[in-house]
Design a protein around this ligand. Sequence first.
Ligand code: M6R
Length: 605
Amino acid sequence: MCGIIGCVGVRDSMGRLITGLENLEYRGYDSAGVAIQNGKGVEVYKRSGRVDELKKATPDKHAEIGIGHTRWSTHGPPTDDNAHPHTSTKEDVAVVHNGIIENYSDLRHKLEAKGHEFTSDTDTEVIPHLVQDFLDEGKDPETAFRETIKMLEGSYAIGCIVDNHGAVMATRQGSPLVLGVDDDAFYLASDVPAFLDYTDRVMYLEDGDVAIIRKGDLQLSDIEGVTVDRDVETVDWDPSETGKGSYDHYMLKEINTQPTALSNTIQGRADVENGQVNLEEFPPGTFEDIDSIHLVACGTSYHAAMYGSNMLSEGGVATTAFRASEYELHTNTIDENTLVIAVTQSGETADTLGAMRTAKEKGAEVVAVTNVVGSTAAREADQPLYIRAGPEIGVAATKTFSSQVVSLTMLSQRILDDLERGTPRGDMPEFLESLQRLPDDIERVLEHDDAKNIARRYSDAKSYFFIGRGTANAVALEGALKFKEITYEHAEGFAAGELKHGPLALITDRTPVFAVFTGDEEQDKKTLTNAQEAQTRGAPIIAIAPKDHPSLEFADEHLEVPSTNSAWAGLLANVQLQLVSYYAADQLSRPIDKPRNLAKSVTVE
Ligand code: M6R
């Protein structure tokens, strides 16, 4: 949700800022801008719309110091005026900001009373005016920046330049900020892909850190100026992973690279020989004091959490998946023997972080299942479990859902192994072998082009329904979310048994029903009955099931998946549904990687 960048030390900082913004555009794409110092004020270029628009408006200038921003609007519509960077009245302070300044209205009134003139509707604009105000009092730029931060309430990652100062100043509180360290340059950004083309050495800042970055010099301190040390880590992401390659969209690339992503997720964790799951983060005994388990997450990650909670519940452990934004209402059910598993691809989702913090206050043990090493969730959890899916750029989550589901299923097995009351799996060898086969099974799904044909055949439908039971219910909800997110068409996911309690009223011959089957005979029989109830009322039925499945006798269409252990059947079906959504959106010429009104990382509540 908004991406910020800064660059110090190379002559073509401007070019690197723009490239960085292109790589951060998944965080927001309502408007974009950059600011550089030139000794006569700061020079700002900004435009509503995509980074491409900014590129056209930016002269080919050399600058060794600059900051940039790509916006997901919170305060004020996406106009040129509301685009960042924002400047002070004298235009010699420029600021980029990700987050929300909660007390901005109060600050703005006070500054206006002192004669400051505001030109935007944003909360951010108070920051350059405050810095200017302290400069006018005679403070040096660094003191003015620190004094400004002390006045802010809310969440923020900020980059700030002051004309003639020769540095980028930065800080964070509740929003991500990472520094890139190169031989000749320093970068700051909301996320690593912004500068991964230039360096893989990173420093993750903590809340309250203040960075003063000059050519050849980096000073890190706390708000009072006391020096702090942060380790330089090397990230193992390959820069080519952040490009689209030969694919038309990141989403298609990310769907197609699921076999590789999953191989990484599983590597070293499925011990077929000894019949167990090994997670080095969680040695045997880690979970033996756990009474109950909560999973907290949003959006696609919530659907992965639902999927994961099934296995724990089936294994006899009290488990509930909560939408993170609703968790506050359930705090009375948390205690020291509750394990709270936060599921978040980015590790920066505000609602999920809020739920984690609530759980920690109540004394619960918190595990974060996340993709981003060093993310806030990873750092605030008692222990992170990395899903190792590699960078995901498309706003629609695809490969990370698969890696979350597999990670959660492995984690569930580790938990059940620790709890005497858990019901042991009767099919452990087959479960582990099919886990290892998963990347190949997904490869087989990707070889079909049935999804493309079905997306085309039903392109004039009025509404799209997705149904399933158990893990397939989670997949049905996920299938519908993906479909509506990128096609802008109406789609709904239901527990199959719920159709008859209301939604059947909407069924016509223009509401195709995607029925997801898991291979569990009893569940599938019921799902088939529910699908037939819709079919009787005119709905075309698309069965997602292995060949020879009983549903195929009745289904109008078939999306085939390889036959596997029921733990993974939903995951394979989900890949088919990802493809259906992708091709339906492509047919409608939607901006698939950047659906309107959305952003990849949602850092506001
Ligand atoms: O980074 P997170 O996994 O915490 O993000 C949660 C949701 O915002 C995210 O899954 C969203 O629903 C997806 N972009 C949908 O495809």
